[in-house]
Each structure stands twice: as structure tokens, then as C-alpha cells.
Design a protein around this ligand. Structure first.
Ligand code: GLU
Length: 533
């Protein structure tokens, strides 16, 4: 890799990887690959209070699942390791002390109570949240206000202290952001950021800047929520005498109802927020990645469906938008449908088999009248779904690859996600335990049982091996012609009887797959259960 482009994804392991984080990782990855550069994963785990044990595993699994594989990271170190900040602890203090010596930072010995007292004292309606900063620092106990003697004494007595950045007075801190253009902050807006905490650990700001420098990061690409930290980082680079990396702050991901897509909002709007949710709900990783890529970036033309390779080829920072990008879940499902349909029947059948082995099948419980709630929506009545182990009969079906491939072929155009095959196609795996009430109301009439019987007596005499879609259709046509009724008068009840639903995949092909014995049994059962209605 000859390019000097080095980017990093630097998550804090404080919980499951958010889809916003996945998008940040993706943009870093696309940029690195486009430029022939290196994509680094760095774990920013200096905040012990917020550390979550399994978070790093989740980050790695999520990135791998999405095909965003780091070139360097804790699992595959390059020459700039270690890649976990907790393993780099010793480095940070010396850098902070270097700033103290140069007059850009200072020791502060104030207790939390003293800081609280200062804030209380300075709080006014115009200044509701006073900070430790230019104005207040000179009233506090720090190496700017105490005598050298006092400082040496406190240090030798091992009194607790922090190291704070000394924000300059009356300066405008300016930088070019690759997404936002020129950005500037007045130094008065900033507080004297703690760089080293009382426990000796660095804060995010110090560790982040030191590591970006030591790891030779050329571009910092991260979420907009970090924009307000950038001026502090710029000051640190200046004070260390280092070149600052290029900065690119990505637009926020917005909720459809407005405002930032927070965890709470996402939950309310039924949007999965963690990458793990998408993994567990069997979304196609290519679909999520394609969708996230376009959530804030555009390839510069009207293409929407892009493979990772195509995204890499078209990627550039100047086509990332400034304004928030709205998360459109329906659009994501549209992508998912596309990627499902792009797979071969054999591939999908295999995935479905693996899915069932792992998760089981949704089992709709029988109810008394055999009538459903009228909703044919997939996922409807989720409360009724249990995940029993499969019956021997079902195991036979699920391991029958040819059967599964046909199920997939018949349903492929009708599903959004892999588990939908089991929902919309539940009748391929067990006889309907209930019938869609709306469909029954509309399509099951008084004359229905005798029409069905006319049809079944035709089917009875079809040889098992001749039980094929075209013939089943011909026989049905003959019956309706003879009885002089419209096609729907018979087709609808047959569909209800065989599938339990009012709509679905090709009826005759479905019947062929289920086989003569099963179809006849289902029609007789339906006549029995529904004849009173
Ligand atoms: N550790 C920060 C995070 O959790 C990194 C921010 C940055 O990229 O600078 O997102």
C-alpha cells in the first residue's frame, strides 16, 4: 500500500454498534479503498466507567458481517499498535506534561466540590452553565494561581490533580472541513478541557489526538456530533507542533419524524438501531451497506443500487451532504428486496435452511373458530408466535433442498427479508391452523362447499405423478365452466383452504409442490371448518 492516506474508525466500546457508527466506519472504509489507503480500527476504551465488556466483539462481528474489514486493528495489528487505547496508557501523560512545560496546559487541584462551588457562584440567567475556562480559572486552585512551592508540595504529597488545556484568550480557531467547508469557533466558547483525569487516564480528546498523530492518520471522518470537539483538537495539534489531519464531519442521521435518530426515537418508530438487530433480523448486509452509503452521500449520478466495489470506485468526500439525512425504513426494505432477488434460488434455500436450523419456524397457534384476525400482514400477531422445535415431518420438508428451492422461487418476489419466507409461506410447512377472516368473508359463500367438492372429485382421479400446475388449472377451469361461475368463485376458496390466506404466490404451483394428498386433505378440512360460516 503506497498511499499515505490512513483513516480510522475509533469507536468507544460502550455498547452495541449503532448504525450511525456503522455508517461512519463505511465512509472511512470507502475512502481508504478508493485512495488505495489504509483503514484502521482503534478501540477508544479509556473511559472505564462506560466500558462494556462484549462491545468490542460486537463491533468486530458487525464490521465483518457488513464486509467492512479493517486493514489494521486489535485483531490484525500493523506497525502502529497497540490498537486499544487502554494498552497505550503510558504514552499520554508524557504528552500532557509536555504541554504543561510549554505553558499550554496546567495542573488543577480543585476538588469536585470546589468546582461546583465556583459554578454556583458564577451562575446567572445570562450564564446558566458556567465552565472552568478563561474567566473562572484564575479563581481556582491550579498551577496558574498557586506558587511554585505550593505546586511542588501538592505534587509530592500525591494530591489528586487533573491536567487541563489552557484555552487561549480572544482567538478564533479556524479549519476547513471537507464536508462543511470553513468552520470557526471563538475560543471563549470553549472550556479548559481536562486532558488527564485524576485516575491518570487521558480523556478522549487527548488520547484521540495523540493516537491520530502517532498512527499517522491523514483524514478524520466522523459524525457531526464531534464537530464541537474539533477546535480543541486543532489547538492540541497546534500546541504539539503537529500537522492536523483533514477533517470531515458527517451529517446527522435523522428520524422520519424529525430530529436526530436517537435510540428512543428509533424504538418508537420501529427502526432497529443497532447493527446487531439487523444481523439478528436477517437483513442482507449488502442492502444495509448500500442504504447507509446513500444516507448522506451520493455517487454523483442517479444510481441507487451499488455494490461495495462500485461504491469504492465512486466515493469522494466532496459528495457528502451537509444536511441531516432522513432514515427511511421502507427504502431500506426496498434495497433488501433487491439483494434477496439477486440471489439464486439455491443460495436462498440454503440460507433459509440454515435460518430454520438456528431459529426454528414461527408457529401460528390454533384458535377455536379457525378464523384469523383478518390480517395477512407478515409479522402480524407476533405475540402468538412461539418457536417450537420442528416436527419430524417438518424436518423432512426443510432438509428437502428441491422443495425449499421451489418455495423460494414461488415467494422470492413477495418477500422483503429472509424470515418473510416463513411468514408468507407458512402454509408450505404446515397446514393453515386458521383462515384469514377478511378473505373468508369475501370469498367463502354458501355455494362454495359444493363447488369445492366438484373440484376435489376431479382431483381425486388425477394420478399422483400428474398432479402438476397446468393440469390443476385445466381441471379448475372445467369445473367453473360446467358450473357457469367466475374463476374467482372457486380459486379464492381453494386458496383459502390450501394457504389460509386471501392472496399469495401462484396457487397451482403451490398445490403441485404440496402434493395431491396434502391438498385434498386441506380442502376437506376447510370445508369442515368453514362450512358453517
Ligand atoms: N471514540 C469516539 C467515538 O466513540 C471517536 C470519535 C472520533 O472519531 O474522533 O465515536
Amino acid at each position: 500500500m503506497s498511499s499515505r492516506i490512513r483513516v480510522r474508525f475509533a469507536p468507544s466500546p460502550t455498547g452495541l454498534l449503532h448504525i450511525g457508527g456503522l455508517r461512519t466506519a463505511l465512509y472511512n472504509y470507502l475512502f481508504a479503498k478508493k485512495e488505495g489507503g489504509t483503514f484502521v480500527l482503534r478501540i477508544e476504551d479509556t473511559d472505564q466507567k462506560r466500558y462494556v465488556k462484549d462491545a468490542e466483539d460486537d463491533i468486530l462481528q458487525s464490521l465483518t458481517w457488513a464486509g467492512i474489514v479493517p486493514d489494521e486493528g486489535p485483531g490484525n495489528p500493523g506497525e502502529y499498535g497497540p490498537y486499544r487505547q487502554s494498552e497505550r496508557k503510558e504514552r499520554y501523560l508524557k504528552y500532557a506534561e509536555q504541554l504543561v512545560d510549554a505553558g499550554y496546559a496546567y495542573y488543577a487541584f480543585d476538588t469536585p466540590e470546589e468546582i461546583e462551588h465556583m459554578k454556583e457562584h458564577l451562575r446567572t440567567p445570562e450564564n446558566p452553565t458556567p465552565k472552568y475556562e478563561i474567566q473562572s480559572r484564575m479563581t481556582m486552585r491550579n498551577s496558574l494561581t498557586l506558587s511554585d512551592e505550593e505546586i511542588s508540595r501538592l505534587l509530592s504529597e500525591k494530591k489528586e490533580y487533573v491536567i487541563r488545556l489552557k484555552i487561549p484568550d480572544g482567538e478564533r480557531i479556524h479549519f476547513e472541513d471537507a464536508v462543511r467547508g470553513p468552520v470557526s469557533f471563538e475560543s471563549e466558547m470553549l472550556d479548559d478541557q481536562v486532558l488527564i483525569k485524576a485516575d491518570g487516564m487521558p480523556t478522549y480528546h487527548l488520547a484521540n489526538v495523540v493516537d491520530d498523530h502517532e498512527m499517522k492518520i491523514s483524514h478524520v471522518i466522523r459524525g457531526e456530533e464531534w464537530l464541537s470537539s474539533a477546535p480543541k483538537h486543532i489547538l492540541l495539534y497546534t500546541y504539539f507542533g503537529w500537522d492536523a489531519p483533514e477533517m470531515a464531519h458527517l451529517p446527522l442521521i435523522m428520524s422520519p419524524s424529525g430530529g436526530k435518530l436517537s435510540k428512543r426515537k428509533a424504538e418508537k418508530e420501529g427502526i432497529p438501531i443497532n447493527t446487531k438487530d439487523y444481523r439478528e433480523q436477517f437483513y442482507e448486509p449488502e442492502a444495509l451497506v448500500n442504504f447507509l452509503a446513500l444516507l448522506g452521500w451520493s455517487p454523483g449520478d442517479d444510481r441507487e443500487l451499488l455494490s461495495m466495489k462500485e461504491m469504492v470506485e465512486s466515493f469522494s468526500l466532496d459528495r457528502i451532504g451537509k444536511s441531516g439525512a432522513i432514515f427511511d425504513h421502507a427504502k431500506l426494505l426496498w434495497f433488501n428486496e433487491h439483494y434477496i432477488r439477486a440471489k439464486s434460488d439455491a443460495e436462498l434455500a440454503k440460507e433459509l435452511q440454515a435460518y430454520v436450523k438456528e431459529v426454528g419456524i414461527p408457529h401460528k397457534q390454533d384458535d377455536n373458530d379457525g378464523l384469523g384476525d383478518g390480517s395477512a400482514e407478515p409479522d402480524a400477531g407476533e405475540g402468538n408466535i412461539s418457536w417450537p422445535s420442528l416436527t419430524e415431518e417438518q424436518k423432512k420438508i426443510f432438509t428437502d433442498t428441491k422443495y425449499m428451492e421451489t418455495v423460494v422461487r414461488l415467494l422470492k418476489e413477495r418477500v422483503s427479508r429472509l424470515p418473510d419466507f416463513l411468514d408468507s409461506g407458512s402454509f408450505f410447512f404446515e397446514a393453515p391452523a386458521e383462515y384469514d377472516a377478511k378473505a373468508v368473508k369475501k370469498g367463502w359463500k354458501e355455494a362454495t362447499p359444493s363447488l369445492l367438492q366438484a373440484y376435489t372429485s376431479q382431483l381425486d382421479i388425477v394420478e399422483e405423478e400428474e398432479f402438476k400446475a397446468p393440469l390443476l388449472k385445466t381441471r379448475l377451469k372445467e369445473v367453473i365452466e360446467k358450473e357457469n361461475v367466475g374463476m374467482g368463485k372457486l380459486m379464492m376458496p381453494v386458496r383459502i383452504a390450501v394457504t389460509g390466506l386471501g392472496s399469495g404466490p401462484d396457487l397451482f404451483e403451490s398445490m403441485e409442490l404440496l402434493g395431491k394428498e396434502e391438498v385434498l386433505r386441506r380442502i376437506h378440512t376447510a370445508i369442515e371448518k368453514l362450512s358453517g360460516s
